[in-house]
Design a protein. Sequence first.
Length: 319
Amino acid sequence: MKSMTLDHSLSQQFSLAIQTSQQGKMLVVIDPSVEDPQRLAAGVQPGAEVFILDPNRDGVEQITQALKESADVASVHLVSHGFPGGIKLGTTELSLDNLDRYADILQTWSKTLTGASLLLYGCQVALGEAGCRFIDRLQQLTKANLAASTQKVGSAEQGGSWSLEYQVGQVLDKLAFLPRVRETYSGVFDPELSVTASSDEVEEGENITFNITATGDELPAEGLLISSSSIFPEGDQFDYNVVEFEGDANFSGLEYTEFVVTPEGEDSVVWTLTEPEASITLPIFDDIIAEPDEEFTLEVLPGEEYTVDSDASSATTTI
């Protein structure tokens, strides 16, 4: 998705160092679906107040209550998974689709946040037209100075950084976390995918199911595009690249999008992941011929809007 900036004075994209607030309290709100939330909570700046959201309740409502109970707030830091034009807060995905529905409650934030700073740590929240419109509308409702990122936020090893380079207004506060935490934290604030197989071994004539899981329920409303590749048995027992299957093959929580062949001759399948728990069930053809054992491997490939669990990036079953 191409990044763009709306053409009026409230929306400006620039790289400025986030400065230290001269007065007031720092409130750090952490969604527990991020990796190792307790470690983040223990690594905030001295004097910061930490609030960990209840994952089973509306996060916007929880933050509203926290702001009502807080005085002299200079900055609020929302640490959660994100996507272009939205963030996950408890059971809520706050996005362009529902900002106006939350308008009345978000406007009450302005009683605390007018002139204060609101920093969003979700990955790629400010990316593209959706990101610009989301940040701009959120600023109008809360009257806060906003900072967010068009990139992944978090561990450099996972392709992230701690730069909240997209700002609206003058953000006058330092980042929520101490340097040692930012340097050693291993996560990023976007979906992490993993894949498992229903069985390590399967017989001809049976089915095999591969489960693809995204941590946290932070998938964008339109779904998340993911890529996968596979190593097939030489006997062509099945081919999951084919959209129409015979027998019991089916998809759940994802949709086939396209088959891609690179100039180097490598192939992959692009899926639209619509649910955090998805599965691909494939029938194994029984040719009634005795054959040596064969292996089939399904691998989730790295992507721009998600990361892959290095310990569960692929699953293999023996036929």
